[in-house]
Design a protein around this ligand. Structure first.
Ligand code: C5P
Ligand code: MG
Length: 202
C-alpha cells in the first residue's frame, strides 16, 4: 500500500509560502533558492505549465480559473505538486518551498494527509495598495492573463475570503511566520532569512 502521507517529515521539509497576489513570494523564494538549498515549487507556475502543455485535459479549465482569480480544484494542483516533489526527491532533494499553496482549506487538509506535513508557513503580509502597485508594474511585462485590474480585484477577493482562513488555521496551530512586506525586497529578505534560520537550519 502507498504510504500516507507520501513523504515523512524525515524525508522532506516543507515550508508553505503564502501572501496576497503580488506580495513578492516568488522573488523571496528565488533568494532562498540562490542562497540555500531549497527547491522552489510555485503552484501558480505549475498550473500555468500544465495549462500550456499540449494534450492537457485541464488546460481550458485552468485558464478559466486563473483569469477569474478562482482556486483550481485541489486534485489538479496537488497532483502537480506531488509529481514535482517526487521528481526532486528522486534527485536527492528534500527541502521545499511550496509557493502560493495552500490557497484554500481543502488544499491544506488534503496535501498534509496525502503528500507531506508542513514545517510552518511563511506569510507575507501586505496592504492591497502596495500589492496592486506591484501587480500593475509586473503586468507591464509578465504577459500573465491575470495581471490586469479586473482579474486583480477578483484575486484580492479570493485571497481575503478563501486563502486568509488557511493562514488563520495555521496561526491557530502556532505555525505561521509573518513577514511585513511593504519595505524593499532587500529589507524583506533580511527578515525572511533571520526568521527562517530561527526555525530551522537553512
Ligand atoms: O500564485 P499565482 O499568483 O501565480 O497564482 C495564479 C493563479 O493560479 C491563482 O489566482 C489561481 O487562479 C491559481 N492557483 C490556484 N491554486 C493555488 C495556486 C494558484 O488555483 N494553490
Ligand atoms: Mg508567484
Amino acid at each position: 500500500m502507498e504510504q500516507h502521507p507520501a513523504f515523512t517529515r524525515d524525508q522532506v521539509k516543507v515550508i508553505f509560502v503564502l501572501g496576497g497576489p503580488g506580495v513578492g513570494k516568488g522573488t523571496q523564494c528565488a533568494n532562498l533558492v540562490r542562497d540555500f538549498n531549497y527547491v522552489h515549487l510555485s503552484a501558480g507556475d505549475l498550473l500555468r505549465a500544465e495549462q500550456a502543455r499540449e494534450g492537457s485535459e485541464f488546460g481550458e479549465l485552468i485558464s478559466t480559473y486563473i483569469r477569474e482569480g478562482k482556486i483550481v480544484p485541489q486534485e489538479i494542483t496537488i497532483a502537480l505538486l506531488k509529481n514535482a516533489m517526487t521528481d526532486e526527491v528522486k534527485k536527492g532533494r528534500s527541502k521545499f518551498l511550496i509557493d502560493g499553496f495552500p490557497r484554500k482549506m481543502d488544499q491544506a487538509v488534503k496535501f498534509e494527509e496525502d503528500v507531506a506535513v508542513s514545517e510552518f508557513t511563511l506569510y507575507f503580509d501586505c496592504t492591497e495598495d502596495v500589492m496592486l502597485m506591484r501587480l500593475l508594474k509586473r503586468g507591464e511585462t509578465s504577459g500573465r492573463a491575470d495581471d490586469n485590474i479586473e482579474s486583480i480585484k477578483k484575486r484580492f477577493k479570493t485571497f481575503v475570503e478563501t486563502s486568509m482562513p488557511v493562514i488563520e488555521y495555521y496561526q491557530g496551530k502556532n505555525k505561521v511566520i509573518s513577514v511585513p512586506c511593504e519595505k524593499s525586497k532587500e529589507e524583506v529578505y533580511e527578515i525572511v532569512k533571520e526568521q527562517i534560520s530561527d526555525r530551522m537550519t537553512i
